[in-house]
Design a binder for this molecule. Sequence first.
Ligand code: HEM
Length: 417
Amino acid sequence: ATKQIPKEKGLDQTLTLLNEGYRYIPNRRQNQQSDIVQTRLLGKKAILISGEEAARLFYDENYFKREGVAPRRIKKTLFGENGVQTLDDEEHKHRKLMFLSLMTPERLEDIKKITMRQWISKVPEWKRNKQVKLFDEAEEVMCRSACEWAGIPLREEEVSQRAREFGDMIDAIGGVGERNQRGKRARQSSEKWIEDIVKKIRAKKLKPAENTAAYIISFHRDMKGKRLDTHTAAVEIINVLRPIVAIGRYVVFSARALHDYPETLPQLRSGDDTYTTMFVQEVRRFYPFTPLLGAIARKDFSWKGYSFNKGTLVMLDVHGINHRADLWSDPDEFKPERFREWKGSPFAFVPQGGGDHYMGHRCAGEWITVMLMQTSLEFLTNHITYTVPDQDVSYSMVRMPTIPESRFVIEDVRDRA
Ligand code: HEM
């Protein structure tokens, strides 16, 4: 027998989503006392799902596709057009392999060294200034590191502009009005910049190393043996650079966690990599970044007695899953130790998506993210000392993406003796 999916009243909940942010899906679950809820978003029927089994379903390509999922406003800001996020099946796997081929152990080691050097080079300036806004500095350091690693030339006088543009694309996700417009302008400007670089690389006027993203993406061949058009190549290079800048947000949350839980400092300083990894994983679980993800049902099917119709938009409760009481004990407490015993289900811990990196849409940059968070923490705890002045470090659960109100200000930066 088919079960009825509990249904939210009202015409359309797009505004409710924007008003409730990270709590939108968890609130619907609570309202309906159900991990599956039917609603309307962007004028269409949508089904919200949560839980480990729901994530497993969401990543099953027999049932879901991504083509047509991203709304125009996301393609104009965060994603770009025709990027890997919008592809399905063989075409997706072929393109995905292009990204994953960048993540060799040697290249991961490279970006780690680059990022540590970039952090350290900021210290003299920080020592001269009384206060440092960590969020701005983190985005700048990540932008410098991303471009250097990816083989993208970055002139000193354009660093702050480019860093801000990547930041603005990320910041636009849940923004309406001015924040969305800023994201759009940032994408247009970035794409123009990178398209020009792709043209120069193809014309051999610029010669990045063969193992860099700039080279690999510029000369990538699609399944028919054709190069990506200049625009798509730029979109995909930006799909490497922009999310590295996004790691700056996790660096700020790491600093905030360190500030709130100073008892973790000795362990972070002890050189115990296992502890640093657990801390970083807990930052990714605990603090909100990606609120939800969407996919479209490929066909009519039934799951747990509920029927899904072909073409229906389904949204996965990404942030909520990382805080579910059936998957995490004391989910709303920050406890790095929980990761010591963690079994590692790819569908219970989903800050950067779930499932398999090669087969599905799970984030291609998860290794870089974890590594650069560790490197940045090592820098903050072992290379410098600083104080944290009074400020509002709270973060909104409505704003998507969220960030501490003060952007995390630090003072009295010194080299750690
Ligand atoms: C996809 C989050 C860093 C490259 C994704 C997805 C999420 C995500 C939620 C979508 C998963 C899905 O659609 O099922 C994040 C967060 C990051 C981060 C929160 C750090 C703050 C990175 C980095 C890179 C990267 C450092 C590359 C260097 C990608 C790519 C995709 C992706 C290429 C598309 C994968 C696909 O559609 O198959 N990321 N990511 N991300 N990410 Fe990340």
